[in-house]
Design a protein around this ligand. Structure first.
Ligand SMILES: NC(=O)c1ccc[n+]([C@@H]2O[C@H](COP(=O)([O-])OP(=O)(O)OC[C@H]3O[C@@H](n4cnc5c(N)ncnc54)[C@H](OP(=O)(O)O)[C@@H]3O)[C@@H](O)[C@H]2O)c1
Length: 223
């Protein structure tokens, strides 16, 4: 059975990914910002403490899993809201958003790229957002969240180019508008619908599609 490592399983989309992969028989390496939020014990589930801003915590996880192949590496953890408005910007919070949403995924790949290369499926998925699309921005605001996801997209595109020769697929996925704490109560999708859509897209991915930016339904998005 394939193996997934996913960040930010405390709640929301990350938890949904971990739960459905487990139900389908995958081996799941679930990471949590606070391991007190871990999923109920289950066969094939291993839990790890991982704050994606802390490189030392990545090293601890790597020391435990060693050279274990990882078929699907999913960067999900993020600060999924940015209510700041011009005139009262909180630059410390802004720095935390960038550190989490943009540098966090890079720390993840830096740590586990060899595990992905050693697997059969060799897939890296960045959970990004349509808010990272500069072309689709017609509503303004959310300065730092948008920048964090646009930066993530730029970075992931470079990773796709650099990792192509190792047979690794790197894809950016927008989960849609999802009813989570980070999303909106009025969002159209449940976690289950979003995760099912993304998993279908991931299952179909081939190396020819590396570096693409898709919605949860597989629709290409404008940069
Ligand atoms: N929901 C949507 O409509 C939507 C739309 C577009 C994109 N997304 C993206 O989808 C992903 C999941 O979002 P969600 O809606 O499930 O939001 P969520 O419910 O807020 O979940 C995000 C998770 O990331 C964790 N996290 C935050 N900072 C972290 C850190 N430094 N280290 C490790 N974990 C950290 C959070 O933990 P804490 O609770 O401890 O902060 C939380 O468990 C994010 O990448 C988000 O940007 C969501």
């Amino acid at each position: 059975m394939p193996r997934i490592l996913i960040t930010g399983c405390d709640e929301g989309i990350g938890r949904g990914f971990a739960t459905t992969c487990l139900a389908d028989g995958w081996e799941v390496l679930a990471t949590y910002r606070d391991v007190a939020n871990k999923l109920p014990e289950a066969p094939r589930l291993t839990d790890f403490q991982l704050d994606v801003t802390e490189i030392a915590q990545f090293k601890k996880v790597k020391a435990v899993i060693g050279d274990l192949p990882i078929d699907l590496l999913v960067s999900n953890a993020a600060i999924a809201h940015d209510p700041m408005v011009l005139g009262s910007l909180d630059f410390d919070f802004g720095r935390r958003i960038l550190d989490t949403n943009t540098l966090g995924p890079l720390r993840l790949v830096e740590t586990f790229v060899d595990n992905v290369a050693a697997s059969e499926q060799r897939k890296i998925v960045m959970i990004t957002s349509r808010m990272g699309s500069i072309a689709a921005n017609i509503s303004g605001g959310h300065y730092v969240y948008r920048a964090s996801k646009a930066g993530l997209n730029a970075m992931a595109r470079s990773l796709a180019i650099d990792l192509f020769k190792r047979g690794i697929i790197v894809t950016m996925l927008h989960p849609g508008g999802v009813r989570t704490r980070g999303g909106s109560e009025k969002a159209p999708l449940t976690v289950e619908q979003s995760v099912q859509g993304m998993r279908d897209v991931i299952d179909r991915l081939g190396l020819h599609e590396t570096g693409q930016y898709y919605s949860y339904s597989g629709m290409p998005l404008a940069w």
